[in-house]
Design a protein around this ligand. Structure first.
Ligand code: SF4
Ligand code: SF4
Length: 282
């Protein structure tokens, strides 16, 4: 279990604790202000990344001393965790309202409006503080064809949309906005997602790995390498000698995206806690 499971989930998966999505947490003015600022200015993400690039050039001893302090600070405000689709589906079953909205990362990195993010709430959609808050935000930076409104999705619609994003190779994640309130669910890739770039490219973790790890069944693997193509974390290599995929448990984030593209059903997720090489890696 990750440290948030112990702190916010009573030793169980913290993101399945429905109270962490509760509307009353949105009555906190500091949290409302944080969310408003976060979504109003996508350019702040680009300046944060520029700082990370500069920081990566600092001497190793400086990075080793400063990174844990900064990561701990990040954990108190906006921190995420990778989730496989079955856990996302479980969240969707208890969410009373699911709002699809444009991804602010893609707005910052590509200048395009991509509806890859979801706001989750326990209140009915029409009466949700989350919906009201998001509508209050100055979203004048949005420029795509569907800027007129945020989409309120029913459970089945949300499930089918997340399954479609999985087939595109996007990695699901959940996010706090002033921890422990969970305010959003994203679908990330390394090219355009700032969080994934920070974690994987700049060695500055802003999200936990999932509670799982992927394994390849050698008897089923045909060595087609489709899984390598979609792994956002560079965790899969190919053994020419064995003609099969090999997953590095030290790099696997347990997103399960490789599993969904494997036509031979050769990849399965198992509990991270049971894999000695990965049990303590978050
Ligand atoms: S997609 Fe499946 S069959 Fe193809 S290399 Fe990966 S594990 Fe093997
Ligand atoms: S190996 Fe599979 S489960 Fe692990 S990070 Fe890569 S795509 Fe995700």
């Amino acid at each position: 279990m990750c440290e948030f499971c112990h702190k916010h989930g009573e030793g169980k998966k913290w993101y399945l604790n429905s109270q962490l999505y509760a509307e009353d947490l949105l009555s906190d003015l500091g949290r409302r202000s944080y969310i408003r600022n976060f979504f109003t200015h996508p350019e702040h993400l680009n300046s944060s990344e520029a700082k990370l690039k500069t920081f990566k050039k600092a001497p190793a001893f400086v990075r080793a001393a400063v990174t844990p302090v900064m990561v701990n600070r990040q954990k108190k405000t906006h921190y995420g965790q990778v989730l496989p689709i079955e856990d996302i589906e479980e969240i969707f079953t208890f969410a009373s309202s699911i709002i699809r909205l444009p991804c602010i990362c893609r707005q910052a990195t590509t200048g395009t409006e991509q509806r890859y993010c979801y706001g989750i709430s326990l209140a009915p959609a029409t009466d949700s503080r989350m919906l009201q808050l998001v509508r209050e935000i100055d979203a004048s930076y949005l420029n795509g064809p569907e800027t007129g409104g945020l989409e309120v999705l029913g459970t089945q619609e949300a499930l089918s949309s997340i399954r479609e994003l999985e087939t595109k190779g996007l990695c699901h994640s959940i996010w706090t906005f002033i921890t422990p309130f969970i305010g959003g669910l994203c679908n990330c890739d390394r090219a355009d997602c700032m969080a994934m770039r920070a974690t994987v490219t700049h060695d500055f973790p802003v999200m936990f790995r999932s509670e799982y790890i992927a394994r390849v069944d050698n008897d089923l693997c045909s060595g087609c390498r489709q899984c390598m193509r979609v792994c956002q974390f560079g965790a899969i290599s190919y053994s020419i000698a064995l003609n099969r995929a090999v997953i590095d448990p030290g790099k696997c984030f347990g997103c399960g995206i490789c599993r969904s593209v494997c036509k031979n059903d050769a990849i399965a997720l198992s509990a991270r806690a049971l894999e000695p090489a990965a049990a303590l890696l978050w």
